[in-house]
Design a protein around this ligand. Structure first.
Ligand code: ADP
Ligand code: MG
Length: 366
C-alpha cells in the first residue's frame, strides 16, 4: 500500500508539473487530479483527451492530443488491462501464472506476452545476469510479492539461486518452457512494454503529442507538447520521496527510473531491504546506487535497463553504456552524487539539494 500511495502522490505532482511546465514547489500540487480515483474512467475534456487507470499495481495517467485521441485512449485502456491480466503472477488465469505452475511443461502464450518475453529475454541476455526474469522465487522469499517481509536465511537463498537463470527459459514462437520450480515475473519490464504498445496505438490514431504516465517510474512522451516545447519530467530524490532530484526536458522519449525507495522494508537488524534484487547473490542489489534513470526511445528498453543498471552499479553501468549506447542515464549514488551521460546532461536540471551536488558527466570513450 505504501508503494501505491507514494506512486499516486508522485503521479499527481508529475501531472501538475507537465501541465504548467514549471518546477514543482507547492504542496497543493499533491492533490489528486479530477477523476483520478475513478479507475478506468475516460474524461471528455476536449483537448487533451485524458485517461486515468489503475493497472499493474499502480496508478497510470495519460494525456493525448488529436482528433482521434479519445478513442485511441480507450483502446490503450483495453490493451493495458488485458496485458495486466495476462502478466499477473497471482491471478490464476493469467498466462504467467500458468507458466509458473506448469511443472516444466510447455505453455502457449498470446502474441503480446510472447513478444514481451522475447524482447525482455534479448535485453536481459546482454546484462551479465543483472536482469533475470526468473528472479521471482527470490522476490517471494523476501516477501516483496505479498508484503509479508522477512530476511531469509542464507540456506533458503542458496536453495533458490539455481532456479534464477533465464538461460533455462526456452521460447519458440509463442511456446515457452521453464524448468520445474522456476518462476517468471515480468514486473521489471511490463510497464515499459505497455508504454511502447500504448504509443503505437496512439500514433496509429494520428496522435503526435501525448504524455503517458505508467506509474511515475515509467513516463513515455510522444512528440513534444502541442506548442512544440519539451515535456518536463521530474526525477524523484531517492532519499526523500517528497522532494525532487531534478527535471529532464524531453520530447519523443521515455524516462524510466528504478530506485530502492519504490518498495522496501526495514529489517529487524535496522537495515533497509528493497525490491530490486541482485540475481547473483539473491539479496537486494547493494551496488552503491540509489536511483537509475534511463532516457531511451523504447520504454521497454528503459524499464529493463533501469532495473539492470541499478543492479550493476556505477562502473558496470558506465561500461554497459559505453559498449552498447543507444540510451542515456542519470545515476544517483548513495553519496548523493550524480553521474550522467553527455546526452542526459543536455536535458537535465538538478533541483533542491542536488543543485550543489557533484555532477560527473560520462562521455563516450574515444
Ligand atoms: P518498479 O516496478 O518499482 O518501477 P523496476 O522496473 O525496477 O521497478 O522493477 C522492479 C521489479 O522487477 C520488482 O518488483 C521485481 O518484480 C522484479 N525484479 C527485481 N529484481 C529484478 C532483477 N534483478 N531482474 C529482473 N526482475 C527483477
Ligand atoms: Mg524496470
Amino acid at each position: 500500500m505504501k508503494y501505491t500511495k507514494l506512486s499516486f502522490i508522485f503521479l499527481c505532482l508529475l501531472l501538475t508539473l507537465s501541465a504548467c511546465g514549471d518546477v514543482p514547489a507547492s504542496a497543493d500540487a499533491a492533490s489528486p487530479p479530477a477523476g483520478a480515483a475513478e479507475a478506468g474512467s475516460l474524461q471528455d475534456t476536449g483537448d487533451p483527451a485524458m485517461l486515468d487507470l489503475f493497472s499493474m499495481d499502480t496508478f497510470m495517467s495519460f494525456q493525448a492530443y488529436g482528433a482521434d485521441a479519445e478513442s485511441a485512449l480507450s483502446n490503450v485502456s483495453a490493451m493495458i488491462t488485458s496485458l495486466d491480466s495476462q502478466l499477473s503472477v497471482t491471478n490464476e488465469s493469467s498466462e504467467i501464472y500458468q507458466v509458473n505452475h506448469a511443472s516444466g511443461a510447455s505453455v502457449t502464450l498470446s502474441g503480446a506476452t510472447a513478444d514481451l518475453l522475447s524482447k525482455a529475454l534479448a535485453l536481459g541476455r546482454n546484462t551479465d545476469g543483472a536482469l533475470e526474469l526468473t528472479s521471482y522465487p527470490l522476490s517471494r522469499l523476501w516477501g516483496f510479492t505479498t508484503g509479508e517481509y522477512q530476511i531469509p536465511t542464507q540456506s533458503q537463498i542458496d536453495s533458490l539461486l539455481p532456479l534464477v537463470d533465464d538461460s533455462q527459459i526456452t521460447l519458440s514462437d509463442q511456446t515457452v518452457t521453464i524448468p520445474k520450480g522456476a518462476q517468471l515475473d515480468l514486473g521489471a519490464v511490463a510497464k515499459g512494454y505497455a508504454g511502447d504498445q500504448a504509443a503505437e496505438i496512439l500514433q496509429s490514431h494520428g496522435v503526435s503529442s501525448a504524455l503517458l504516465n505508467l506509474g511515475s517510474s515509467t513516463i513515455h512522451a510522444i512528440g513534444p507538447k502541442p506548442d512544440g516545447s519539451d515535456w518536463r519530467i521530474a526525477i524523484q530524490d531517492p532519499e526523500d520521496t517528497s522532494a525532487y532530484a531534478g527535471v529532464v526536458s524531453i520530447s519523443d522519449r521515455s524516462v524510466n527510473t528504478s530506485g530502492g525507495y519504490e518498495r522496501y522494508f526495514e529489517g529487524e537488524d535496522g537495515k533497509i531491504y528493497w525490491h530490486i534484487l541482485d540475481p547473483k547473490t539473491g539479496y537486494p542489489a547493494d551496488s552503491g546506487l540509489r536511483s537509475v534513470t534511463i532516457l531511451s526511445d523504447s520504454a521497454l528498453t528503459g524499464d529493463g535497463l533501469s532495473t539492470a543498471l541499478f543492479v550493476m552499479g556505477l562502473d558496470k553501468a558506465v561500461s554497459y553504456w559505453q559498449d552498447n549506447g543507444g540510451f542515456d542515464f542519470i545515476l544517483i549514488t548513495a553519496d548523493g552524487e550524480i553521474y550522467l551521460t553527455e546526452g542526459a546532461e543536455a536535458c537535465f536540471s538538478p533541483l533542491g539539494k542536488y543543485v550543489n551536488a557533484p555532477l560527473h558527466v560520462i562521455r563516450h570513450a574515444d
